[in-house]
Design a protein around this ligand. Structure first.
Ligand code: SAH
Ligand code: SF4
Length: 383
């Protein structure tokens, strides 16, 4: 039963569950059992937790619940990309996107409802900041996606079986700036890596940041997962305009933070993301500046074709320009990829994650509208 007096066990990482069990006078190994039930077997209740003493199950029934955010809508794109809009209360919703590829399945997870950073090219930023998601709401997106995907595939077995894994990678690239919700983010990341939960290797979990320098250091110290830095400009004047956070943490500090990060994760590299904006940041001169800027940081460059939205007043760079830009970087020895746009027909691509909805009465209408031609609406639940 979920009510204000009971705790949501999705909010706890391993240490949190041990502390919670201690508060019930239960031994630490009970926490491990519970964690496996919740995250590996997707349990939603306590009755079936047969290896727990009946007395503990009864205690849990009155004091705890396991509830992931409710699904508002579920769309599948023509290319297999699947997007869920999940309810995070008070009429707000965030988006979770699954991107299947031949050799992996990537889940794109949101960390905040809205975002305060307000990058010029980002529709999430245009909505302003609403609130931080809880740990339960962040890990709940993975919990829910595992459940939904396994159900669709009719997969059996425990979620921890590596050979049965559908989600092989998680990227914190949905709505929000994850490093501005650090305290809720870290336990969620720990659960992603935990062998008694999702057991992903730390290189398969990526945090994407617009460059919150002090929190990059803390992430490195606490849970050094793969790091993507949203660069988008090779000099401070342009970056100040595109990513306003740059005025607080300019490029020199950002590059130094990247180098420090790689000291704690020595065999890793930073992925620099660069959104290609027509006539704004995509000239040959910008490419050369970018080469000079990133010279001392082991890195890969990921060029993202801009996903336009009307209020931005910006346009996507032409394909030939993106290719020419990439070629200059590659000629200088930089590993460069151009991101394939996925899920365009269901607005599931980067920067189109605009799931915040304040007016609950219009929610179902709006989610129906979001499924454009070619997209299939699987399920729309009333809120
Ligand atoms: N706040 C974090 C993570 C979420 S955004 C960050 O900024 O890194 C995930 C990625 O999508 C970022 O690289 C972001 O710059 C990019 N993005 C945002 N809006 C976009 C748009 N309209 N077109 C293409 N990429 C966009
Ligand atoms: Fe926030 Fe990232 Fe969007 Fe910038 S790009 S407004 S940091 S979500």
């Amino acid at each position: 039963m979920a009510n204000a007096e009971t705790v949501n066990l999705l909010d706890f990482d391993a240490a949190g569950l041990v502390a919670y069990c201690a508060s019930l006078n239960e031994k630490p190994f009970r926490a491990k059992q519970l964690q496996r039930w919740i995250h590996q077997f997707g349990a939603t209740g306590f009755d079936g937790m047969t290896d727990l003493a009946k007395s503990l199950r009864e205690k849990l029934q009155t004091r705890a619940h396991i509830v992931a955010p409710a699904i508002v809508s579920d769309h599948v794109s023509a290319d297999g990309t699947r997007k869920w809009l999940v309810d995070v209360g008070n009429g707000n919703a965030v988006e979770t996107v699954f991107i299947p590829e031949e050799t992996r399945g990537t889940l794109c997870v949101s960390s905040q409802a809205g975002c305060a950073v307000n990058c010029r090219f980002c529709s999430t930023g245009k909505q302003g900041f609403n609130r931080n998601l809880t740990t339960g709401e962040i890990i709940g997106q993975l919990w829910m996606a595992e459940h939904m995907l396994r159900r669709s595939l009719g997969a059996g077995g425990g979620r921890g079986d590596a050979d049965q894994r559908v989600i092989t990678n998680v990227v914190m690239m949905g709505m929000g700036e994850p490093l501005l919700n650090f305290d809720a983010l870290v336990p969620a990341l720990r659960l992603m890596l935990d062998d008694n939960a999702y057991g992903l290797s730390r290189r398969r979990v990526t945090v994407s940041t617009s460059g919150v320098v002090p929190m990059m250091d803390r992430l490195g110290a606490e849970v050094p997962v793969a790091l993507a830095v949203s660069l988008h400009a090779p000099n401070d004047a342009l970056r100040d305009d595109l990513v306003p956070l740059n005025r607080k943490y300019p490029l020199r500090e950002l590059m130094a933070a990247c180098q420090r990060y790689l000291k704690v994760a020595p065999r890793d590299f930073i992925t620099f993301e660069y959104c290609m904006l027509d006539g704004v940041n995509d000239t040959d001169a910008h490419a050369r500046e970018l080469i000079a800027l990133t010279r001392d940081v082991p890195c890969k460059l990921n060029l993202i074709p801009f996903n336009p939205f009307p209020e931005s007043g910006l346009l996507r760079s032409k394909n030939d320009r993106i290719k020419a830009f990439a070629q200059i970087l590659m000629d200088a020895g930089l590993v460069t990829t151009i991101r394939k746009t996925r899920g365009d027909d269901i607005d599931a691509a980067c920067g189109q994650l605009a799931g915040e909805v304040k007016d609950r009465t219009r929610l179902a209408q709006r989610t129906h509208r979001q499924a454009k031609d070619g997209a299939k609406v699987i399920e729309v639940r009333a809120v």
